[in-house]
Design a protein around this ligand. Structure first.
Ligand code: B12
Ligand code: SF4
Ligand code: SF4
Length: 331
């Protein structure tokens, strides 16, 4: 059969030609995103100056990218604050899953309008082959910041003006330009209360504004990317179960199993939990600070748990004094 006679080619020749719009409406995109379930949306031109450092990564992943749609999705605050940390862990997993599904709904809708897009991951999967260099496609925080959805606070999370730090982020890339774009917020919702500094068990968030991402990674992600290589090392270098158990107790082994099977394994996130910034969140802090400390901050600070810290680090030395109920586990 000649190509011109193939049913697919015949159908294509007879189908009405789909015209691609030069630009589409920002308001329409935002309405669709809110209808899909996101709590806030901002849009950015790929040439926006604030994206310059990550543009090569974005264009490499999706050469047709013209627009970034930055998406905010609220987390359930009481759950993030619970001392039953499996609840916070489950919340992060659920939010990522739901946001991915909502993004896919949007992509399906855009496709009906001849707009192509991609959904870079909220967290994982990442390009592991690039370890230890940057492995993520889009850095959602700077994108959301440039799109006016908040500012990065002292703890390095994005603080939304209304919902505060209690949000997760995602970004859609579209191959179509919009008729208008958003710009940054003109103030930072962070109120410089330093509760994130006081609650961070690893000392990753420092008073002077420095952030030690490796200290955070080693503890908060111990059962995931932060401790996985160490876990395989413990397996390989042990010749008996007893030897292995000297390196990892059964609870720690099961935590790795749980992270691998559920996709979770977030051990911390106290910086998000205690942050009182944001119009919807600040009331409890402003109305009765002592009660806020007692009900939100103290339970997490007092929680008895293992904290993974680098050997001989300042965090290891200061942990017993700062958090008497927590036990330093040097890594
Ligand atoms: C890498 C990463 C981390 C790293 C580094 C944190 C960081 N500050 O960047 C670690 C593992 C420590 C981490 C921890 C957490 N993260 Co995180 N993380 C990311 C990720 C994948 C990229 C962050 C980023 O863009 N950084 C770039 C710039 C803006 O950040 P920066 O602080 O100036 O620079 C740091 C990074 O560049 C990092 N870095 C540089 N090179 C490398 C290489 C490697 C291998 C790694 C791991 C990091 C790294 O070190 C720099 C110094 O801090 C995003 C998802 C995404 N694709 O955007 C989620 C994200 C930022 N994380 C998020 C969350 C919720 C968390 C945790 C609360 C998780 C938890 N449950 O424990 C903690 C909070 C820690 C904190 N206070 O920031 C949310 C933030 C939501 C918000 N409101 O802002 C995001 C956006 C995920 C999401 N989809 O919602 N995270
Ligand atoms: S806890 Fe306080 S200092 Fe830390 S980011 Fe939130 S508002 Fe800013
Ligand atoms: S997730 Fe925990 S260890 Fe990491 S910065 Fe926040 S409070 Fe500190």
């Amino acid at each position: 059969m000649r190509l011109e006679q193939h049913p697919t080619v015949v159908a294509y020749r007879h189908a009405p030609k789909r015209k691609k719009s030069e630009t589409v409406s920002r308001d329409w995109i935002k309405r669709l995103a809110c209808e899909a379930g996101f709590d806030d949306v901002g849009v950015l031109d790929i040439h926006c100056e604030d994206l310059a450092d990550q543009k090569p990564f974005i264009v490499e992943a999706f050469p047709a990218a013209k627009t970034l749609v930055s998406l905010v999705f609220r987390v359930n605050t009481p759950q993030i604050r619970s001392t039953d940390r499996s609840l916070a862990d489950g919340e992060y997993v659920a939010v990522e899953k739901q946001s991915r599904s909502m993004m896919r709904t949007l992509i399906r809708e855009f496709r009906r309008h001849n707009i192509a897009g991609i959904t870079p991951s909220e967290g994982f999967p990442q390009n592991m082959g690039r370890w230890p260099e940057r492995m993520f496609t889009v850095s959602h925080k700077p994108a959301a910041q440039a799109a006016g959805l908040g500012k990065i606070g002292h703890h390095r999370l994005l603080i939304h003006p209304e919902f505060g730090s209690h949000v997760c982020l995602a970004t859609l890339l579209l191959d179509t330009a919009l008729d208008a774009y958003d710009g940054p917020l003109d103030y930072n919702p962070c109120i410089n209360c330093n509760l994130c500094v006081a609650s961070c068990p690893t000392g990753a968030i420092q008073e002077n504004g420095d952030f030690n991402f490796l200290s955070c990674l080693a503890h908060a992600y111990r059962d995931r990317i932060g401790g996985f290589i160490n876990w395989t090392e413990a397996l390989i270098t042990s010749t008996t179960m007893e030897e292995y158990r000297n390196k990892r107790n059964d609870g720690e082994t099961l935590a790795v199993w749980q992270a691998m099977t559920t996709g979770g394994g977030y051990r911390c996130g106290y910086c998000m939990a205690v942050c009182p910034a944001g119009i919807d969140v600040i009331g409890d802090y402003m109305d009765n600070r002592a009660d806020y400390m007692k009900t939100v901050v103290k339970p997490l600070k007092d929680l008895s748990e293992d904290v993974y810290v680098f050997k001989s680090s300042e965090a290891e030395m200061s942990l017993p004094k700062r958090f008497p109920n927590k036990k330093a586990k040097p890594v």
